[in-house]
Design a protein around this ligand. Sequence first.
Ligand SMILES: [Mg+2]
Length: 402
Amino acid sequence: MTPRIGHLDADCFYVSCERVRHPFLRGQPVGVLSNQGACVIAKSYELKARGVPTGMPIWEALPVCPEAIFVKRDFEWYEVLSRRMLEIVRELRPAVEYYSIDEMFFDAREMTFADAKRLQRAIYERTGVPVSVGLSLSKTLAKLASSSGKPLGCVMAVGAEEVQQLLRGRPVEKITGIARRSARRLEGYGIRTCEEFARADRRLIRRLLTKRGEDLWWELNGTPVLPVQTARTAHKNLARGGSLGVATADPERLTGWVARNAERLVEALDYHRVDCAVLAMSLEFKDGGAAGAQFRLPRAAADFPLLYETGIKLLERCWGQSPVVSYMHLIAGELTPRAFAQRSLFDRPTPRQEVLAEVKRQVNERLGRFALRSGATLPLADLYADEASSYDVCDIYGKTCF
Ligand SMILES: [Mg+2]
């Protein structure tokens, strides 16, 4: 048996990127912090060994490991190294899927263990980022293989015995696509490990986890059903938003967040050259509650004034009881490619708005993102003053995982 699919996954990627430009961080317990510096979103192996888990707020992490060094995230830099990694994999392999900022799948047919080692070395030498590589018979197995060897692992699992070893004793939740809820359902049938999953009756898996589960069953048994996607499939929705960092019930700040997320959404719609017919909002509250709503737009649109105005109406609808908001997302739905959109004279933003949008685009292209932005974002002046907030992981185009 020879491998079919490979998976490459950077080791503690955000920390490794920081170490590329700040070599003194090597060997140190390092944590990368979320926007506004509240929580640890990535950690070095040294920090992990000291007992600091991902998600821990910095004020809890510091007493646990006082000598730790914390740095703010910089997704713009991480994307630079991510693109470099992608280029190298593309030089060496015929088909590559840019799965996430630090993970890629590739066609591994006719690859040897030595080839995988060469790929790993090339990436380390040319980017400074350590990666783990897995070669196996399907995407799901290749991903399990790379994660089983971390850090700096290189694992080839193609023979029946090697595959079995990979699955044995490994909890089903290690399989991408099996979340905690699915794992609990499986547990009711005595299926706890990947090996038990692969040996279970296929029809039972289909009944419990639908076709998605059955696909994984085939994948774990060495039959690839999930292809390496070299181009991203068309988006059904585009969303921008995320954590507000500091949760807030201040209507002016929330209005500012609507403007910020609408501006980011306009960028994404422009990039993909699509308009949206529906705009939705989802809010999460500090007390654990959530709310959502959606409105149909009067026309398919991608212009800031209409998206912002609709976003404000959605905020009024979702935020009825004025609780403290911790997450906000704006979601554009029913996307249509612009080339096919039939626009009449009355079916588009006014000429003045179009000129204004074009000026905004050009200024920001030359002076930097958000250099020219809506006045409604003024209550968030603190956020814009912080460079770490200028770029988010979902602003990176071309990934297939979300
Ligand atoms: Mg990784």
